[in-house]
Design a binder for this molecule. Structure first.
Ligand SMILES: CC(C)(COP(=O)(O)OP(=O)(O)OC[C@H]1O[C@@H](n2cnc3c(N)ncnc32)[C@H](O)[C@@H]1OP(=O)(O)O)[C@@H](O)C(=O)NCCC(=O)NCCS
Length: 172
């Protein structure tokens, strides 16, 4: 099995049950209390910028993207990213991140942000957002808030509380 042996497709509603099962297996019930989950609760994710890896008609990995805002900044938040255990460590996770970032760039996004492990995402182009620049609606290790800048200056505009872009529209 290599990362080329699976098909990478934009997500559709038909994929939802399998994606939910993969995320349950990867993150367990603890996923519901995570800061990123709280943000994602604020509205829908961007299906057109979210992707699945398929093998034999089944979803084996998933990455989702959600529009977020903070201060004058706008970004796509990547996550959850999860790969079925039997498909781990062949590069599918890395490939999905690359596909999602490229799709975000094509869609005109200034940055992609996420909460995740720097040792994994650093080599993929993500850098820490400077401490004190942003916060989240639930406690989060700020050393794990990372950004991939697609347009120069876009990350500097992301200031303060990060939330789903729809919540900002409602309260604006
Ligand atoms: C993390 C995850 C998405 C990686 O997907 P994957 O397809 O197995 O990863 P890839 O094949 O692209 O990359 C594998 C490499 O990343 C490394 N890696 C995996 N998770 C890592 C982590 N948390 N920190 C640092 N390195 C990590 C592996 O050791 C491996 O290293 P190697 O290439 O030197 O052998 C997958 O393991 C998973 O679903 N984990 C559970 C959910 C999760 O933690 N998601 C990330 C949330 S931010």
């Amino acid at each position: 099995m290599t990362a080329d042996d699976v098909a990478y497709l934009p997500e559709t509603p038909a994929h939802d049950p399998e994606i939910e099962a993969i995320n349950e297996e990867a993150f367990g019930p603890g996923r519901f209390v995570r800061a990123a989950y709280k943000i994602r609760e604020g509205g829908p994710h961007e299906r057109a910028l979210s992707f699945v890896a398929m093998d034999g008609g089944h979803v084996v990995a998933s990455v989702r993207m959600t529009r977020v805002a903070a201060g004058a900044g706008r970004a796509l938040m990547l996550g959850p990213l999860a790969v079925k255990p039997a498909y781990k460590n062949v590069g599918i996770g890395r490939r999905l991140v690359k596909i999602a970032v490229e799709a975000a760039e094509r869609a005109g996004a200034g940055a992609v942000i996420l909460v995740g492990d720097e040792p994994y995402y650093g080599p993929l182009g993500f850098r820490r957002i400077p401490r004190g620049q942003v916060s989240m609606p639930r406690p989060v290790d700020l050393g794990r808030v990372l950004a991939y800048e697609l347009k120069p200056g876009a990350v500097a505009l992301i200031q303060g509380m990060i939330d789903h872009e729809d919540r900002l529209r409602v309260t604006a």
